[in-house]
Design a protein around this ligand. Structure first.
Ligand code: CMC
Length: 429
């Protein structure tokens, strides 16, 4: 879509002619200054960490970090969490509008038709050590899907892109549960299409061939919410990775595998696992002060996991919903005096009142409570980021699809070079 400039920025560089740069307005949020023609004037922009850089135009998700607002296709996340469900949100992210009844039913049926993975894929798992981290397995097996679905790899064909989107959303929970079963030495459990999406995931995680697993509706709803709250988050590190990989024309399975790798880091999706490990390390409410001091010490790399966000400088709206869900789950399971939850609540209270956190506008993020819910459901800590990846899949695909559907260029940033200037080769004696 061609943009029309609403204003012009003037960049005056000492001793040189002023450069005029067009400014474009979005429907919400900050305007952007188009710096594309700076290269021809002999300059690059410099913005490590992309703090002030809009890398693309998008219609999928909007975040106002100061107000704590998150909209998917215009709908607020708290309304979606209350009235919608994960698969409906997947449809919305992919198609731009909510489905009517018939469209919704067709979408759910289609996803159910794709939940099984190729039997040959089981052999991939057997190549991993039993103690491999499930995210390591996921990076491998999701990338490997491109070796199985040759029939839908033409990225310029919208029908191929649609089938791939359905396959990925349907197969991610199956692969996620397989990576868990493999790590504990239990047989893989096949998906059951009479169950809902989250229910089926819990079934594949916890049933065995000898014993069925009765899924509690409260836990299935909590699981669905966890997927829903992670479904998309604008141009975060993993989504940007998917877009960058996709900009080369790479196939979607390879791009999503790249997104999974980026998500694994503790500053991104790995933080939910980090929260539980941190609470374990703190050990008790009496030690919280000591850890708050560590977090505030500029010479100590320790950070309170699950606190702070690049975009939210207010309470993360997803964390609010997650906190409510957490209470529902603990009540359902009859957990009233969980020491981990007690620590989490004490930590949250202290941090929200502490000048260091208040002045830096560091609030709990989505990962702070999701880990506690997952632990209560019985999901092992190493699986937390895998569940984040499963939930984030429709967001990654929607962004990849949006990019591929329009005109796009290969992503190729430049640099400020600080290395040696040209020098003549001379062997060291
Ligand atoms: N604990 C203690 N201090 C912190 C924390 C924290 N969790 N987060 C930021 N700070 C401090 C940081 O040291 C810096 O202080 P100073 O100004 O004195 O140097 C200031 O706050 C600004 O931090 P920053 O690192 O410049 O902020 P950023 O936008 O680059 O980083 C972040 C954002 C999420 C990587 C960071 O807040 C963090 O590491 N948080 C803990 C990990 C975490 O919970 N990540 C999950 C993010 S939400 C899920 C997702 O979307 O992936």
């Amino acid at each position: 879509m061609a943009n029309e400039a609403t204003k012009t920025a003037k960049l005056s560089i000492e001793g040189e002619a002023t450069i005029e740069l067009p400014i474009y307005a979005g429907n919400e949020g900050q305007d952007v200054i188009d710096v594309g023609k700076l290269t021809s004037q002999g300059y690059f922009t410099y913005d490590p960490g992309f703090v002030s850089t809009a890398a693309c135009e998008s219609e999928i998700t909007y975040i106002d970090g100061d107000q704590g607002i998150l909209l998917h296709r215009g709908y607020p996340i708290d309304q979606l969490a209350e009235h919608s469900n994960y698969l409906e949100l997947c449809y919305l992210l992919l198609n731009g509008e909510l489905p009517d009844e018939a469209e919704g039913k067709l979408f759910v049926d289609t996803i159910k038709n794709h939940t099984m993975v190729h039997e040959q894929l089981n052999n991939f798992f057997r190549g991993f050590r039993r103690d491999a981290h499930p995210m390591a397995i996921m990076c491998g097996v999701v990338g490997a899907l491109s070796a199985f679905y040759h029939d839908s790899l033409d990225i310029d064909n919208p029908e191929h892109r649609r089938i791939t989107a359905h396959r990925l959303i349907a197969k991610m929970p199956t692969l996620a549960a397989m990576s868990y079963k493999y790590s504990i030495g239990q047989p893989f459990i096949y998906p059951r299409n009479d169950l809902g999406y989250a229910e089926n995931f819990l079934h594949m995680m916890f049933a065995t061939p000898c014993e069925d697993y009765q899924v509690s509706p409260t836990l299935a709803r909590a699981m669905d919410r966890i997927f829903l709250l992670h479904a998309d988050h604008e141009q975060n590190a993993s989504t940007s990775t998917v877009r960058l990989a996709g900009s080369t024309g790479a196939n979607p399975f390879a791009c999503i595998a790249a997104g999974i790798a980026a998500l694994w880091g503790p500053s991104h999706g790995g933080a939910n696992e980090g929260v539980l490990n941190m609470l374990d390390e703190i050990g008790g409410v009496e030690n919280i002060d000591q850890y708050i001091q560590k977090a505030k010490d500029p010479n100590d790399p320790f950070r309170i996991m699950g606190f702070g966000h690049r975009v939210y400088k207010n309470y993360d709206p997803r964390a609010k919903v997650m906190q409510e869900t957490c209470h529902e789950v603990l009540a359902e399971l009859g957990i009233t005096d969980d020491p981990i939850l007690e620590m989490a609540q004490a930590l949250e209270k202290i941090a929200l009142e502490d000048e260091y956190f208040v002045s830096r506008r560091l609030y709990p993020n989505v990962d702070f409570y999701s880990g506690i819910i997952l632990k209560a459901i019985g999901i092992p800590v190493e699986m937390f980021t895998v569940i984040f990846a499963t939930g984030r899949t429709p967001g990654w695909i929607a962004h990849w699809n949006e990019m591929i559907s329009g005109p796009y260029k290969i992503g190729r940033p430049r640099q400020l070079y600080k290395g040696s200037s040209k020098r003549e080769y001379s062997a060291k004696t």
